[in-house]
Write a protein that binds this ligand. Structure first.
Ligand SMILES: [Ca+2]
Length: 270
C-alpha cells in the first residue's frame, strides 16, 4: 500500500469516526443504568441544535420507563389473523358506537370531509381502535416514553427523531413535561406520535392551536394525516383501491389496515 493510499484510508476512517460521533454521541442502552448519562449528553446535543431552555428543562425531568420498554418488547396482537384481531379489538362494538357518533357529530364530520376529502368511516374506525373513541388515551408520561425509546438501542434513530419533534412541541406549547398518553409516546384521541403532530396537527375545533385531546382537533388531524398520505377525495378505501395506501400510512400492520377499511366501510354504509 503506497503512502498516499494509506493516507486516504486514514482520512476516510477519520471521517467515519466524526460522522458516528456527531450522529450518536449519546450512547444507547438496553437497561435503565445509562439513562441519566445519556440524558445529559443528549441535552447538550439538543441545546447545540437550538432546542430552547424550556424544552431542555422538560427533557431533564424525564425518567427511564420500564413500562414503555415492557410494552415495546411485548407487542403481540399484530401477529393474529384478521378475524382474531377484529374480535380482540371489539370490531362489532366499534361499528355500533361509530355509527352513533357519526350521527351525533354530523356537522363536525361534514366539515372535516369538506376540508380534507376524508369520509367519517375510516376516521371513526381509527378513533375507535386507537382509544375507544377517546375513552382511554393512556397515562404514560409522553416525554419519558419517547426519551426512553430514543435512549433504548432497538429503534434509537426513529425515536430520536420523535424526541426532537416532542421537544419542538414543548417549545411551541403543544406538549409539556406533564403530558400523558400511550406507552410509545402517542398522544390524544387518535394517538399521534410527536412527529405526526408536527406534520399533520390541525385545529378542528376552531379554538386555535392543536390539542389532540380535543375530539375535533384529533379527528381533523387524522384526516389531515390521511390527506398527507395521498387520500383522494371520493375514491374507495378498501384493499386495492386508491385510498387504502393512505390507510397503510397509518399503521404498518396488515391486519390493522384491513380492520380500519372494514370497520370504516360498515360505519359509512357504502
Ligand atoms: Ca384546536
Amino acid at each position: 500500500m503506497g503512502g498516499n493510499q494509506l493516507y486516504r484510508v486514514v482520512a476516510f476512517a477519520a471521517v467515519l469516526v466524526t460522522v458516528a460521533g456527531s450522529a450518536g454521541a449519546a450512547p444507547c442502552g438496553n437497561t435503565g443504568a445509562g439513562f441519566e448519562n445519556w440524558k445529559r449528553v443528549f441535552a447538550q446535543e439538543a441545546q447545540a441544535k437550538g432546542v430552547k431552555p424550556q424544552a431542555i428543562s422538560a427533557l431533564m425531568t424525564t425518567t427511564y420507563s420500564t413500562g414503555t420498554i415492557r410494552a415495546d418488547r411485548g407487542q403481540k396482537s399484530f401477529k393474529l389473523s384478521l378475524d382474531a384481531f377484529m374480535a380482540k379489538r371489539g370490531a362489532a362494538g366499534i361499528v355500533a358506537k361509530g355509527r352513533q357518533l357519526k350521527a351525533a357529530n354530523a356537522a363536525l364530520f361534514a366539515s372535516i370531509e369538506k376540508r380534507y376529502g376524508v369520509p367519517p368511516g375510516p376516521l371513526l374506525a381509527i378513533w375507535g381502535m386507537e382509544t375507544g373513541f377517546g375513552g382511554f388515551t393512556g397515562n404514560q408520561n409522553t416525554l419519558s416514553a419517547v426519551a426512553t425509546l430514543a435512549y433504548d438501542c432497538r429503534r434509537t434513530e426513529y425515536f430520536t427523531d420523535q424526541l426532537y419533534s416532542a421537544l419542538t412541541l414543548v417549545d411551541r406549547g403543544v406538549l409539556s413535561a406533564s403530558s400523558r398518553g400511550a406507552m410509545h409516546g402517542e398522544v390524544g384521541q387518535t394517538q399521534f406520535l410527536p412527529k405526526n403532530i408536527l406534520l399533520y396537527g390541525a385545529d378542528g375545533d376552531g379554538a386555535g392551536g392543536v390539542n389532540l385531546n380535543s375530539k375535533a382537533d384529533a379527528l381533523a388531524s387524522t384526516a389531515n394525516f390521511l390527506k398527507g398520505h395521498g387520500w383522494v377525495r371520493g375514491a374507495g378505501y378498501q384493499p386495492g383501491q386508491p385510498n387504502f395506501t393512505a390507510i397503510q400510512g397509518w399503521n404498518a400492520a396488515s391486519v390493522y389496515e384491513q380492520a380500519i377499511a372494514i370497520i370504516g366501510k360498515q360505519i359509512d354504509g357504502s
